[in-house]
Design a protein around this ligand. Structure first.
Ligand SMILES: [Zn+2]
Length: 212
């Protein structure tokens, strides 16, 4: 089977999303790129029931190459991210706190230095219907110099060199949104300035894959 390891990884990470608060039901989707092929979750199948053969392979234009089920409705967004960046994996989620924040703000306030792992304050891009080229275009615009974007009244998308990194960034993004919400219940949070975020970004860069 073509891309068996990547297909298995897509299933493993899809199954983690609900427990990590990143998605409910079968919402959210995960993809991995190898060369000109993308392994991506099919639409509407319970993650517990997925087998490697159910995971769809599509090309960079979203055309099915090996797909016995219908690929995720967000294929346009995944392929747009691959075409616009050096991503090796893309994770699209419907997390509670990031989505709540998307209804209130245009940007995730920099409440913690971990925001530097995402390239800086994460943008909220305007609403567009799910699965559309318009949403894909807005998402890619919001990802300029960032590895995460929040989609208004919808959810979030992150990418990374590999699936573990893309997924961890989704976890960080949701934690940062939750931290902001928690702080806001107590008062007006103090924020980091651009210089402090840049220093954190440089420090992360110096430690390669450092996660702290
Ligand atoms: Zn979605």
């Amino acid at each position: 089977m073509k891309m068996r390891d990547e297909r298995e990884a897509v299933i493993a990470y899809s199954r983690r999303m609900a427990g990590d608060g990143l998605a409910v039901g079968t919402s959210g989707n995960v993809s991995v790129r190898t060369g000109d092929l993308i392994a991506i979750t099919p639409t509407g199948v319970a993650y517990d029931d997925l087998t490697a053969a159910d995971v769809c392979l599509v090309d960079l234009d979203g055309e099915p190459v090996d797909a016995r089920l219908r690929p995720s409705s967000e294929v346009p967004m995944h392929t747009a991210v691959y075409r616009a960046t050096d991503a090796g994996a893309v994770v699209h989620t419907h997390p509670l706190y990031a989505t709540a924040l998307s209804t209130l703000l245009d940007e995730l306030p920099p409440v913690h230095y971990l925001v530097a792992q995402l390239g800086g304050p994460v943008r909220v891009v305007p609403y567009a219907p799910y699965g559309t080229e318009e949403l894909a275009r807005l998402g890619v615009e919001g990802l300029a110099d960032r590895t995460a974007v929040i989609l208004a009244n919808h959810g979030a998308t992150t990418y990374g060199e590999h699936l573990e990194q893309a997924y961890t960034r989704s976890v960080y993004l949701e934690w940062l949104c939750r931290l902001w919400a928690q702080a806001r219940t107590l008062g007006e949070p103090r924020l980091l300035d651009a210089e402090q975020i840049e220093a954190a970004r440089v420090a992360f860069g110096g430690y390669g894959q450092a996660q702290n």
